[in-house]
Design a protein around this ligand. Structure first.
Ligand code: NDP
Length: 338
């Protein structure tokens, strides 16, 4: 079976590629540049027979995926702007996220005759309601929707614009499904913070958000433990496997899943790093102290219900300790080699 993966050079997509290739799938990755294509091929030197890359410099144009979807059996759409350095919320975040999702579905409708399912990597950002804060007593599940509007996201800060872009892109996908008669179904995965060891080539001068988020605890750049913004996490290896399950499980069609191992906090991150024998003393000393043992997720913070993902997709979730320590150990190793 041939699976198309957009944003194939990303943190999560690299783990997805690994899982697909190990599972015997053939993969066609979509990236924006030849250098990204070369990097992906270099990451999987043993798999040149089952892995090919196509370069689509601008995935937001009409028909951008028309050629890429021809002959594929399924699509995993992971590409979406994920950065906090933007100058314009609309042109750099909202429009690309929405247009890429709509454009993919449009291309599959017209040219993806063999496609049975499109799996979209959405986010807990599409579920969380930022206006409710920590929302004590509430349990988030797949029925919750971020109510943010395009209008308010236009002028919001970059973090809010990103969160909105995920919510609005996912809404556009469900609307597409509602408005059109399709020969395929969709499955949407909504992970919160994704931790775990990076498998793609990292540039420490331009870290992707997920690596930056953990690396700053080890690099000495944090004076104090930051406030936790999003209180849920999942390990990238579990999330990658879940993408494959989402392709394979018939009952996952036209369903939305909250993909999370559970809650965590940044204070917990700091405490776990400082307590671990696998973190070298040089890095441990740089971990901000905060208030050890305090500000953990408790009754004052919303809960997360992952039961649907376990029931239908059979996800097995790693613990917070394993995920955060594996991330940190890999980041330290990569930084020493860089
Ligand atoms: P990365 O930054 O590592 O990967 C993002 C991918 O999207 C890259 O391939 C990037 O290509 C591509 N991309 C970004 N902007 C555009 C654009 N305008 N046009 C085409 N491609 C673009 O991030 P992750 O692997 O962490 O994220 C992958 C997906 O998972 C995203 O959809 C993200 O929203 C979602 N997600 C991530 C979470 C996390 O904590 N990491 C949590 C929840 C959801 P290029 O390298 O060329 O920029």
């Amino acid at each position: 079976k041939l699976v198309l993966v957009t944003g194939a050079n990303g943190f999560i997509a690299t783990h997805i590629l690994q899982a697909l290739l190990q599972g015997g799938y053939h993969v066609r990755g979509v990236v924006r540049s030849q250098s990204s294509a070369d990097a992906v091929l270099k990451t999987f030197p043993e798999d040149s027979g089952s892995l090919s890359l196509v370069v689509v410099p601008d995935m937001t144009t009409t028909g951008a995926f028309d050629e890429a979807v021809k002959g594929v059996d399924a699509v995993l759409h992971t590409a979406s702007p994920f950065t906090l350095s933007i100058n314009d919320n609309e042109t750099e975040m909202l429009i690309p996220a929405i247009k890429m999702t709509q454009g993919m579905l449009e291309s599959v409708s017209t040219y993806g005759a063999n496609v049975k399912r499109v799996v979209i990597t959405s986010s807990f950002a599409a579920i969380v309601d930022l206006t409710k804060g920590l929302w004590p007593g509430h349990t988030y599940n797949e029925t919750d929707w971020n109510p943010i509007t395009y209008e308010s996201a236009k002028t919001a800060d970059a973090g809010t614009a990103y969160i909105a872009s995920k919510a609005l892109a996912e809404k556009a996908a469900w609307k597409f499904l509602q408005d059109r008669r399709l020969h395929f179904d969709i499955t949407v995965l909504c992970p919160p913070m994704v931790f775990g060891p990076p498998a793609h080539p990292l540039s420490f001068s331009a870290l992707n958000i997920a690596a930056w988020d953990i690396n700053r605890f080890l690099s000495g750049e944090l004076q104090d433990v930051p406030d936790t913004d999003i209180w849920g996490f999942v390990d990238v290896r579990d999330l990658a496997k879940t993408h494959i399950r989402a392709l394979e499980v018939p009952e996952a069609g036209n369903e939305r899943f909250l993909i999370t191992s559970g809650r965590y906090s940044y204070q917990q991150t700091a405490d776990v790093l400082r307590a671990s024998s696998s973190i070298p003393d040089a890095e441990k000393k740089k971990v901000p102290l905060g208030q050890p043992g305090h500000n953990y997720p408790g009754p004052n913070v919303y809960e997360l219900d992952n039961s649907k993902s376990i029931r239908i997709l059979g996800v097995e979730y790693r613990s917070f300790e394993e995920s955060i320590l594996d991330s940190a150990v890999k980041l330290i190793e990569l930084r020493r080699k860089a």
